[in-house]
Write a protein that binds this ligand. Structure first.
Ligand SMILES: [Zn+2]
Length: 89
């Protein structure tokens, strides 16, 4: 992923500069959570809240959607497996 050189955003809640670092992208819907670790975002050092760039979200959304649908099918089959980890590379 390209390095990010824009101005550092400030957390509106804590009035501190956010840190550009890796965090976990998380998507939750109807009791299913899809997590993608190792994603760069602006992270508030106080509470760890991450702000993902729109281009990052665009890049992730299709993958997350596919993983979510896979998990939903497993849930429909009443699979006892409740957690999946997928690594690429
Ligand atoms: Zn904050």
């Amino acid at each position: 992923m390209a390095t990010h050189k824009k101005n550092t955003p400030v957390c509106g809640d804590h009035q501190v500069q956010k840190e550009w670092r890796k965090t976990t992208f998380e998507y939750s819907n109807q009791g299913i959570t899809v997590r993608v670790p190792g994603i760069y975002a602006w992270v508030c050092p106080v509470d760890g809240e991450a702000s993902f760039l729109p281009e990052t979200v665009d890049e992730l959304i299709m993958t997350v959607q596919e993983l979510y649908e896979t998990a939903q099918r497993a849930k429909t089959r009443r699979s006892g497996i409740t957690e999946y980890v997928v690594s690429v590379g």
